[in-house]
Design a protein around this ligand. Sequence first.
Ligand code: NAI
Length: 590
Amino acid sequence: MTQDVRTLAVTVEGGKLSVRTYGDPSKPTVLLVHGYPDTQAVWDGVVSELVDDFHVVTYDTRGIGASKGPLFKHGYTLELLADDLYAVADVVAPDRPVHLVGHDWGSIQAWEAVTRADSAERFLSYTSISGPCLDHAALWTRAGMRKPTPKAAARSLKQALASWYIVVFHLPVGPRVAWRLGLAKQWPRIIRAIEGTRLDPSPTLHRDGSRGVLYYRANMLPKMRHPEERPTTVPVQVLTPTGDRFVTPALAAQAPAPWTERLYVRKVHGGHWIVVKKPALIAERIREFVQSSIATPGGPEPVRSLLRAEAKQGTKDRPEFEDKLVVITGAGSGIGRATALAFAEKGADIVVADIDAVAAARTVELVELLGARGYPYTVDVSSGEAMEAFANDVKATAGVPDIVVNNAGIGMSGSFLATEVKDWEKILGVNVWGVIHGARCFGEMMRERGEGGHIVNLASAAAYTPSRTLSAYSTSKAAVLMLSECLRAEFARYGIGVSAICPGFIATNITRTTKFVGQSAEQQERTRQRITGLYRRRNFGPDKVAERIVDAVRRDKPVVPVALEAKAGKAISRLSPALARRMAKIDPTG
Ligand code: NAI
């Protein structure tokens, strides 16, 4: 990193600020403000990611790191801290506005700056990470208390509990002494334990931790007691890290809504110190926002997730999945098509993939009749190359999906000894490899994007119900079920849920396309007709499975047996495996 690093000292009222600038000053300026108890070094990773495209500026806030500041709390009011921020911006970019980014206390200070009357002349955009405007926060809490619904009370309580340390910081001596006596030494270990990330402590941490307590003491109580209405016209992007122990997403997302004209709230997966943990992700979100036409007149159209973030603001009654992109394989028929329609009805855009192009096109027509957008794709899920090309095309055309339903599957029935190698290859190719390819290609994209998501895999009750006539199909579905459980455990850390669906006997085309191994063409036709008749009489439609799939996503359910027989099979497999083994010997096709 750090080609063209310059250090400056900016004199301000009651202090002197140590400022670093990186990169080409003729490029747009991005000014990064650090939080507590960090120094500007907390941005090092983000700076490396941004420096090729921007003139990046960091500084130690007053009294912290290499910056000088007063000894008493009245020298740390937000008004002075915002004055400092303006002073730095004036020095590094005297004749043009800058893009502002704040983390933690840096975000609190930056809010103070962008909510000043003249802020639009100084700032083109503001990205806030884990630090609310204190006035907005106080007004949001009061509004919650005026209309005390259980939900609002729960939200406020959660935030109050997350703010325990603020109370501690107001105790007369303890916290400041603690920093000097040993807390600073323990700090990296504490951060590793609670955040799972390495944080290199600055050599001034013992002093910064203690001095930073004055930031809290100078501002928290006055702002909570006498909050002001602080609107801004500067476009604001709020990044809400999942697992943030100090600022709840509800506060970060809701408090600024009444006071911002253009607000974009975007979830990022990581903890409070996400700027250290995932600098590339944070830099990407900053870049997307700063370079888009929202923040840079004449810039490119905002990326899809920014547009969605804007669409969500102030809208309570919008369809539940309006801002989502759902990919469904095998969506040309049966459960896949019904799922496409269920999500479309709830406002999602749907990528309809099927090996049958005509069937996919028809589903897209139906999706569009519901007012959603549909993208038809012809793809064979058993081909790794085809799936990779498909996934890349989806990303380029429609964006990274939020939900992927690995549904494409085929049936196969008959004895194990009559099942030839090519039959095994076929069914494992579609039913198992199809799911593996879908989860790999899209799972990787979702992880990279860092906003979580959901993967649904169509398993079957056959996954846990042995049968002498379903060795190939059951084996393939047992693999899907186990893969789903393993993925769920692995992907949880990325905020990606995984559900396995076990439908039961569902009246779809599958009975007409199932291969009955060991039977002649005529025998197969007769068996198909008989089984299709049985399924039809069972009268359980794919729309009911689709409803349960939507619910599995909504509630992040691990395994969903749908019809009664799927639930009963699950109960029997648990309570009496011996009974399950006896039932396995029955031939329902015979
Ligand atoms: P369906 O036959 O009505 O629909 C399956 C769709 O997948 C078809 O449109 C087909 O063209 C497509 N497809 C087949 N092979 C493909 C491939 N290689 N690449 C891309 N698309 C392909 O079947 P249904 O019933 O809707 O099945 C959907 C899923 O639900 C399957 O995984 C199936 O195993 C599972 N399932 C179905 C049950 C049922 O009773 N219908 C019960 C348990 C599970």
